[in-house]
Write a protein of this length. Structure first.
Ligand code: FAQ
Length: 305
């Protein structure tokens, strides 16, 4: 049996591929790309929420937000470790992100303008991330699948705290209710864009599905998110900013309008509202952290003497 046949058999039998196993070069490259982008998303994703750490409305909310942002750093670290098992160096893929040569999720290029945005990010953004990541718990590469299990548990807590923060606003003053609706209006479509282009325009999907890196297409997961979330919007007494949204009796799903793909493509190409600001913040942190990395390395070298 050739190495390729052994690999194909493992994929067919749902046996995880592990770092020491032979794998096609393209499989390895696709995983480094996806896991790397996923890791970058967690790290850049700390910025929009970090913006509100000093302005959270109470000590309780500040403590929760601090823990959530810290979890995101942890998720980034697991994911960089998972990527490294494929033979890449984290410094290298991190530098690619800083140079704009590797992507991170489009969602983090939108600004967080008011406190309701923080509740809505937990509820909608983590909610969308969970739908995608629960599917990835069964991805074919072992270290990625295992990282997803722990990450999903933490994201699930994030999603609930986000919904709870939104519930408080929904039961608050008229001004608070308007703030919540405004945040939903701004984050609804970007959250739907997190699932990527339509399947017809998704160059990586067919091969990633065949290799079981992806378990479902982008459209199916996006639909799952809409079906889960519309009743939650209604429960809050809020509305979805989509006049075309309706329940389709025949399909058993909510039908929604076409996404603004021009906006999606612009944001992914680096021309979103906050792309420059996000990368500038990460470059500054990297440069200003040089002495910390040097000191840590010098300390480690001394310990090994
Ligand atoms: N933004 O052929 P496809 C989080 C790119 S959750 C930017 O469909 P693929 C938690 C795509 O990379 C967010 N780029 O690609 C959190 C590809 O570009 P390339 C992170 C996007 O990979 C919550 C090209 O378009 N989650 O961070 C986007 O098969 C709250 C063509 O697309 C993950 O990364 C986009 N939205 O499917 C943190 C999940 N969509 O590389 C803080 C893992 C597509 O060929 C606060 N990733 N692109 O130049 C995946 O499941 C997949 O990579 C998809 C895209 C579904 C995102």
């Amino acid at each position: 049996m050739t190495e390729q046949q052994r690999f194909d058999e493992r994929i067919a039998q749902e046996i995880a591929i592990e770092p020491q196993d032979w794998m096609p070069e393209e499989y390895r490259k696709t995983l480094i790309r996806q896991i790397g982008q996923h890791a970058h998303s967690e790290i850049v994703g700390m910025l929009p929420e970090g913006n509100w750490l000093t302005r959270a409305p109470s000590l309780k909310r500040k403590a929760i937000l601090l823990a959530k942002v810290q979890d995101e750093a942890g998720h980034g670290l697991y994911l960089y470790s998972a990527a490294e098992t494929l033979g890449c160096a984290r410094e290298d893929i991190y530098q690619k992100m800083l140079d704009g040569k590797m992507k991170y999720s489009s969602i983090f290029n939108y600004p967080t303008l008011n406190w309701a945005d923080i509740g809505v990010i937990g509820w909608l953004v983590d909610g969308a991330a969970i739908v995608n990541q629960v599917a990835l718990c069964r991805t074919s590469y072992g270290p990625y699948a295992r990282a997803m299990v722990k990450i999903c548990k933490e994201e699930s807590f994030h999603q609930r705290q986000g919904f709870e923060a939104c519930m408080v606003l929904a039961q608050g003053s008229e001004e608070q209710r308007q703030m919540l609706q405004d945040a939903i209006n701004r984050f609804w479509w970007p959250a739907l864009m997190m699932f990527g282009p339509n399947d017809d325009n998704s160059p990586n999907s067919a091969q990633s599905l065949a290799w079981k890196i992806k378990r479902f297409g982008n459209d199916e997961l996006r639909q799952r998110f809409v079906d889960n979330t519309v009743p939650q919007v209604e429960m809050l007494g809020m509305t979805v900013p989509d006049e075309g949204l309706h329940w389709n009796e025949a399909s058993g799903h909510y039908q929604f309008s076409e996404i603004d793909w021009h906006e999606f493509n612009e944001v992914v190409a680096g021309r979103g509202l906050c792309n420059e600001e996000r990368l500038a913040a990460k470059r500054k942190a990297w440069e200003e952290g040089t002495w910390v990395r040097e000191a840590a390395l010098a300390y480690a070298a001394k310990q090994n003497l």
